[in-house]
Design a protein around this ligand. Structure first.
Ligand SMILES: Cc1ncc(COP(=O)(O)O)c(C=O)c1O
Length: 437
C-alpha cells in the first residue's frame, strides 16, 4: 500500500515530508525529532502569574482548607460548566469516589470498559460491581442499547465517560436513568470546556467530575472538581471532602481528605487564564492533523466538530491494519524510534486489567466494539509544546512508515533497540482464546 504525499496547505503551515523522502528511523534514517514528542506533556502557563499567586498565598498564611484560591477556582469552574455548584478535590479519582458514595450508588453500576482504569477502580473500591457495557464505535462513549440491555434490579447507577471530550449520549442516558430510577454520574475527566453550543459538559446527570491532572489541557498539578446543580448533594460532598467536618469539632458524615490545596488552585487559576489560547492552539493542531492524515491511507482521525465547544486535547486516530499493512502496535513501536511517544489509550480495556480480568473473565466476549477499538486507537501528541510544523514532520513519518510497511514489519521483528516497547514482541490477548475464558 502506498501513501500519497501531502501537498502544501494554503498557508504552508503544515507541509509534510515529500514522497521522495521516505526516511524511517527504524530503517536507518535520521529520527524525525531530536527530543521526545510526547502525548500529555504538561502545558506550562505564565510562570510569573503563578509565582505571584504563590507569594500571595504565603503572605496570607492559607495553604489549604478551602482557602481563597480554591474558592475562586470553584467559582470559575462552575461558571464554565454552567452549574450552580462546584466542589474542588485533590484529583478526579477521589472526586469520582466521593460522588459515587454521595449519590448512594451500590450493588451494580453500569460503566464502559474503554476508559482509564480510575473510573472502574472508583466503583470497585467501594464494593460496587462494575457492569461493563460496550461503546459506540464513533464517539467511543457508552452505547445506549448495551446499557439498556445490561440493566437489572441490582443496578443503582450509570457511570458514563465523556471519552476524549466527546459527549456521551446524555439525553438518552438521562431518560433511561429516570425511567429506571437510577443515578447518573459522568466521568468528565477529559471533557472540561466541551459540550454543545447550547449546553456545556458539567450540567448533565446528577453530577459530573473533571480532572485537572498535569496531563490535562488545563491543570492544577493534581486536581479534580465535582459539579452539580443539586445543592444538597453539593453540601454533602463539601462535608465528605473534609473528613465530614461541619464545624471545628462536629463531624456529620463519613468523609476523607479530598481537598484541593491552595498551590493546586493557584496553578488551576493560572492555567484557566490560558485556557482560550490553549484551546485555539489545540484546534489549529487538530486541523493540521486533519489535513495531513487525509493523505495516509488506513490512519483515520476521529471527527471533531469545529463548531461545538471542544478542548481538542486528545488527537485520536484509528489504524486499519488491512490497509496500512502494519498493526497499531507496530506503528507505535516504529514511532518510538522517531522519538515520538504516541500512546495506546485505553488498551486493552479495563475488563482485561486486574482485578477485573480475573473477576469477570467472560466480559471480553460481550464487548466486541471495545475489543476492536482498543486494538486500533493511537493517541498522537498535541498541546502547547507541539506545533503545526511538528505535526507535518510527524505525519510525514507516519506516511513513510506505512509506505514501507513490509520492511518496517521485518525490521521490527529483528530490532533489539530498547526503545521498542515489549508489547510489539508479545502476542497479546488473542481474541476468543478458549484458554482465557
Ligand atoms: C477518563 C478518566 N477518568 C478519571 C481519571 C483520573 O483523573 P485524576 O488523575 O485526576 O485522578 C483520568 C485520568 O486521566 C481519566 O482519563
Amino acid at each position: 500500500m502506498t501513501a500519497t504525499p501531502v501537498s502544501l496547505c494554503a498557508n504552508n503551515a503544515y507541509v509534510i515530508e515529500s514522497n521522495s523522502n521516505s526516511e524511517v528511523a527504524l530503517l536507518g534514517g535520521t529520527p524525525a525529532f531530536t527530543e521526545d514528542l510526547c502525548v500529555g506533556r504538561p502545558n506550562v502557563p505564565d510562570r510569573s502569574a503563578f509565582m505571584a499567586r504563590m507569594n500571595a498565598m504565603f503572605d496570607s498564611g492559607r495553604l489549604t482548607n478551602l482557602g481563597p484560591m480554591v474558592q475562586e477556582f470553584e467559582k470559575q469552574v462552575a461558571r464554565i460548566a454552567g452549574t450552580r455548584h462546584c466542589v474542588a478535590t485533590c484529583n478526579a479519582t477521589v472526586g469520582l469516589e466521593l460522588a459515587i458514595s454521595a449519590l448512594g450508588m451500590k450493588g451494580d453500576v453500569i460503566v464502559p470498559s474503554f476508559t482509564f482504569i480510575a473510573t472502574v477502580h472508583a466503583l470497585w473500591r467501594q464494593g460496587i460491581t462494575p457492569i461493563f457495557c460496550d461503546i459506540d464505535p464513533v464517539t467511543h462513549c457508552l452505547d445506549i442499547a448495551s446499557v439498556e440491555a445490561a440493566m437489572t434490579s441490582r443496578t443503582t447507577g450509570i457511570l458514563g465517560v465523556h471519552l476524549w471530550g466527546n459527549m456521551s449520549a446524555t439525553n438518552e442516558l438521562h431518560d433511561l436513568a429516570q425511567r429506571k430510577g437510577v443515578k447518573l454520574l459522568f466521568d468528565a475527566a477529559h471533557a472540561f470546556a466541551c459540550g454543545t453550543k447550547q449546553r456545556a459538559v458539567g450540567s448533565f446527570g446528577d453530577a459530573e467530575v473533571f480532572s485537572f491532572h498535569a496531563t490535562k489541557f488545563v491543570h492544577a498539578f493534581e486536581g479534580g472538581a465535582i459539579v452539580t446543580d443539586d445543592g444538597d448533594l453539593a453540601d454533602r460532598l463539601r462535608l465528605m471532602t473534609n473528613f465530614g467536618f461541619a464545624d471545628e469539632d462536629e463531624v456529620l458524615h463519613l468523609g476523607t481528605n479530598g481537598k484541593m490545596s491552595e498551590p493546586s488552585a493557584a496553578m488551576g487559576l493560572t492555567s484557566l487564564e490560558a485556557m482560550d489560547s490553549i484551546i485555539a492552539h489545540n484546534k489549529r493542531n487538530y486541523a493540521a492533523y486533519d489535513v495531513a492524515l487525509k493523505a495516509v491511507p488506513g490512519v483515520r482521525l476521529q471527527y471533531r466538530s469545529m463548531e461545538d465547544p471542544h478542548n481538542y486535547h486528545y488527537v485520536v486516530t484509528e489504524i486499519d491494519e488491512s490497509v496500512t499493512g502494519l498493526s497499531r502496535d507496530e506503528l507505535v513501536a516504529a514511532l518510538r524510534l522517531e522519538n515520538v511517544i504516541a500512546r495506546r489509550y485505553f488498551y486493552p480495556g479495563c475488563h482485561r486489567m486486574e482485578p477485573y480480568s480475573s473477576l469477570f473473565p467472560q466480559a471480553r466476549h460481550t464487548l466486541p466494539v471495545t475489543e476492536e477499538i482498543s486494538r486500533r486507537v493511537i493517541i498522537l501528541p498535541t498541546g502547547q509544546t507541539v506545533n503545526e510544523a511538528d505535526i507535518g514532520r510527524l505525519v510525514g513519518r507516519i506516511a513513510a512508515i506505512v509506505r514501507r510497511a513490509r520492511e518496517v514489519r521485518q525490521a521490527l521483528a529483528e530490532c533489539e533497540d530498547r526503545r521498542i516497547p515489549s508489547f510489539t514482541r508479545r502476542v497479546e490477548h488473542p481474541v476468543n482464546a478458549d484458554a482465557e475464558a
